[in-house]
Design a binder for this molecule. Structure first.
Ligand code: ATP
Ligand code: MG
Length: 231
């Protein structure tokens, strides 16, 4: 299980994460929702060691992540799909996936078969440049790349942003397989409520760097949505 406890983070003098506490158990999908700028991406970047944490703990099982170098996350089995995808446009699909494989520390050099089982379309595009794929295909590639390390946990930051509905649906199916069949711990950041409701089983709502509500997805009331998500 992944766990953040009372995490505080600053950008300069701006206090962004204000005691963020949450858990991400295996075999389910936990969604973090909240309006623009509440600190969702910052939280994921803190977990990944890409921004410094002032205080608090981030644990993966028994392992403390605060203070460890960013590359330690791949070693313990945490994959990351950043907001805006960040695939390498000049590299081919195959090369993008190989970059992920290089982060493995178990000596394996092959792209895991799971990647092509979940994204058969990528198999037909191995020699295409990442930058020539559609937005939806790039998102699938970004998820596939996160899976090349054989993670136990994946963090996805708004994977449906700017993507056509049929691929959004496919990505939802993939996320469900990741926790239902592969038993991964999935932490999803999402603004689209219908997608979150279909894919996630647990939710956290954030306001200004703090969790203000949490529960089972079925318990997410219209009142909470109105209060913390409606613009
Ligand atoms: N590198 C940075 N330097 C300074 N401030 C930053 C930086 N990145 C983000 N911020 C600020 O920190 C706050 C939280 O940003 P963050 O990107 O975590 O929000 P978010 O919840 O992911 O928003 P969105 O839904 O728009 O993706 C915002 O006020 C943002 O302007
Ligand atoms: Mg964000």
């Amino acid at each position: 299980m992944l766990e953040t406890r009372d995490v505080h983070q600053y950008y300069g003098s701006s206090h962004t994460l204000r005691g963020t506490t949450l858990t991400v158990p295996p075999g389910t999908c936990t969604v973090v929702m909240g309006r623009n700028g509440v600190g969702k991406t910052t939280l994921l970047r803190a977990i990944m060691g890409l921004v410094a944490v002032r205080s608090g703990n981030i644990k993966f099982g028994e392992k403390e992540l605060v203070g460890a170098e960013a590359s330690y996350r791949a070693r313990v089995g945490i994959g990351f799909v950043p907001q805006g995808r960040e695939i390498f446009g000049q590299l081919t699909v195959e090369e993008n996936l190989q970059v992920g494989v290089y982060a493995r520390t178990d000596g394996k050099k092959e792209i895991p078969e799971l990647v092509f089982r979940l994204f058969p379309v990528l198999k037909t595009m191995m020699h295409r440049r990442g930058g020539d794929l559609s937005g939806g295909q790039q998102q699938q590639l970004a998820i596939a790349r996160a899976l090349t390390i054989g993670p136990k946990c994946v963090l996805l930051d708004e994977p449906t942003e700017g993507i056509q509905p049929n691929i959004v649906h496919e990505i939802g199916n993939v996320i469900r397989k990741l926790y239902e069949e592969e038993k991964l711990a999935v932490l999803l950041v999402e603004q689209k409520l219908p997608f979150a409701r279909r894919v996630a089983e647990r939710f956290y709502l954030m306001e200004r760097g703090t969790v203000v509500a949490q529960g089972k997805m079925a318990e997410l009331s219209d009142e909470l949505v109105q209060k913390h998500l409606a613009v």
